[in-house]
Every structure is written in structure tokens, then in C-alpha cells.
Design a protein around this ligand. Structure first.
Ligand code: SAM
Ligand code: GLN
Length: 286
């Protein structure tokens, strides 16, 4: 078979299982199994594929057809300008989280501080912390996660990207964790678990059955972490420091209400993502 014939067969196989991104997924998995990027695939559509190559590729297609996310099969996902290693047990970084990165950078650039301090709570693969560190060499970042698997993944990504000296990854459950040198962060960011119990059951099966529950589950109404963390973040923030959360598309009113009720934040704003959904809330410590 040729590359093109193989791709066409694999695409059909994934489409038959109702996978909307069938073509893209087939390309990413074929590229991964042959060690080629997508452009290289298109440059050699008539390249013959050996029996062994075909077998290895169709094993990946079989797993994808059974719902496994592409990023777990290839072991990587692009986020911001970075390629991050990911795997089972780690939330796959989402493109909408880049909106939070953009606003965090805008805030940090506006500060007139030599070495701004940043805390990323629930860092997962390290996506947010590493994107910020890659853009601004002067940042001093603590990245925290309750999961040992996530901490190992984020540390590995920091090493691979040459950012380990600027991002200190620590294991601990917020808010109980005792962070070394805590106090006076200029920015606290988080993409916390915010899916409600009812919504978890309706998620696409590749999320619900494969991604870690503790990264997604926000309790009965999805707001457990905001209720708990909003008052707990205030003492860790410098005066005028910024608190920035990713939120679910229908949570803006509830989360801004919790921030206002806490009584120690001002300038509460909601930012939309590129799909037009409310996605980030931000405010300043009074
Ligand atoms: N920041 C990453 C991203 O945007 O791709 C991962 C976000 S994921 C939605 C939430 C992360 O928070 C998970 O890695 C989970 O292990 C972690 N987490 C959940 N509860 C936590 C807690 N109480 N303290 C620290 N980390 C927590
Ligand atoms: N945006 C993710 C999803 O809908 C959820 C991430 C989260 O709970 N923080 O799958």
C-alpha cells in the first residue's frame, strides 16, 4: 500500500466510529508511527509502506477507534509555542487555555518589577507555567499539582524545554499544601477542575473515559474549587497582584459572584475565548 491509500483507509475506519477529526487524527498517527511530520506525508503520497509499518499504524488506529485520545497515542501535544509530553493521568492541554496565557502575559508585561513571582495551581503537564516561562525569562514560577504523575510530567517537560531553572514544580494539594517561600505572588493562575457531576457524564467518551477525573471533576455544580480557592488565594497575593482562573462557559456569573463576595478583590473581568465562550475571569487583590 502507499501512504495515501493507508491514510484513506484509516480515515474511513475512524469516520465509521463517528470520530469527527478522522483525517487529522489519521495523519497525526501515521506521521507518528513513521517518524514523519504531516508536511512530509503530503510530499510523498506514493511512498510504499511496509507490512510492519502498516501493522504498527493500524494498531494505533484501532486504539483511536476505541476512543483513546490522539495525544496519549503520540505522547505529545502542542500548546502555545511548545510541544509538551503528555500521557494517561495527565490532562491534555486545550487550545482555549491559551487565552489565559495571553492575558497572564499582558498583565506581567504591565508590571514594573524585576522578577515577578507566579503561582500556577494544578499545573498538569506544566502547560501554563511553561508557556509563561518561555515568553518571559525573568519570571520566578512555582507550579503546583496534587498528582504525582502530573508533577513528574511537568518536571520532565521543564527539563526538555530548558526551563527547569525558572519553573519550580512542587507536589501538593491546594490549599492545604505549605508552599516554600509562599506569600507575595504577583500573579496566581489556574485552570482548575470545573466540570459539574452532571456534565461529566455527558462529555465525549475520549475525555470521560480516558482523561483523569481529578483534573476535571469540580463537584456537584462544578464550582467546588472556586468556592474553596478564592478566599485562600488572597493571602498569597501581593497588593495589586492578579488572580486569574479558567472557567466553564456557563460559570462567569457564579465565579465573579464568588470573587465579589470574598471582599478582597477589585477590577473583576470576564474574558471570552476564540469560540466566543466566557473562559477566563481575572481580578486584582485589593
Ligand atoms: N494546568 C493544566 C492545563 O491547563 O492543561 C492542567 C489543568 S487540569 C484541568 C487541573 C489540574 O489540577 C490537574 O492536573 C489536577 O491534578 C490538579 N489538581 C486538582 N485539584 C488540585 C488541588 N487541590 N491542588 C493542586 N492540584 C490540583
Ligand atoms: N476544558 C476541559 C473540558 O471541557 C475541562 C478542563 C477543566 O475542567 N479545567 O474537557
Amino acid at each position: 500500500m502507499t501512504l495515501l491509500e493507508l491514510l484513506t483507509d484509516a480515515q474511513q475506519c475512524l469516520r465509521d466510529k463517528g470520530i469527527e477529526s478522522a483525517r487529522l487524527d489519521a495523519e497525526l498517527l501515521l506521521g507518528h508511527s513513521l517518524g514523519l511530520d504531516r508536511v512530509a506525508l503530503y510530499c510523498a503520497p506514493e511512498r510504499p509502506v511496509s507490512g510492519d509499518e502498516e501493522q504498527a499504524f493500524f494498531e494505533l488506529i484501532r486504539r483511536r477507534a476505541a476512543g483513546e485520545p490522539v495525544a496519549y497515542l503520540t505522547g505529545r501535544r502542542d500548546f502555545w509555542t511548545l510541544t509538551l509530553a503528555v500521557g494517561p493521568g495527565i490532562l491534555i492541554p486545550r487550545p482555549e487555555t491559551e487565552v489565559l496565557v495571553e492575558h497572564a502575559l499582558a498583565f506581567l508585561v504591565s508590571l514594573d518589577i524585576a522578577r515577578p513571582r507566579v503561582l500556577d495551581i494544578g499545573t498538569g503537564s506544566g502547560a501554563i507555567a511553561l508557556a509563561l516561562a518561555a515568553e518571559m525569562p525573568q519570571l520566578d514560577i512555582v507550579a503546583l499539582d496534587a498528582s504525582a504523575q502530573a508533577v513528574a510530567c511537568a518536571r520532565g517537560n521543564a527539563e526538555n524545554l530548558g526551563l527547569a531553572d525558572r519553573v519550580r514544580v512542587e507536589q501538593g494539594r491546594f490549599p492545604e499544601v505549605c508552599i516554600r517561600d509562599a506569600g507575595c505572588f504577583d500573579l496566581i493562575v489556574s485552570n482548575p477542575p470545573y466540570i459539574s457531576a452532571a456534565d461529566i457524564e455527558t462529555l465525549a467518551s475520549d475525555i470521560r473515559d480516558f482523561e483523569p477525573r481529578e483534573a476535571l471533576d469540580g463537584g456537584p455544580d462544578g464550582l467546588d474549587v472556586y468556592r474553596c480557592w478564592i478566599p485562600q488565594c488572597a493571602p498569597l497575593l501581593a497588593a495589586n497582584g492578579c488572580l486569574m482562573f479558567e472557567i466553564g462557559h456557563d460559570q462567569a456569573a457564579a465565579v465573579t459572584g464568588l470573587l465579589a463576595a470574598a471582599g478582597c478583590y477589585r477590577g473583576i473581568e470576564v474574558v471570552r475565548d476564540y469560540a466566543g465562550c466566557d473562559r477566563v475571569v481575572l481580578c486584582r487583590r485589593v
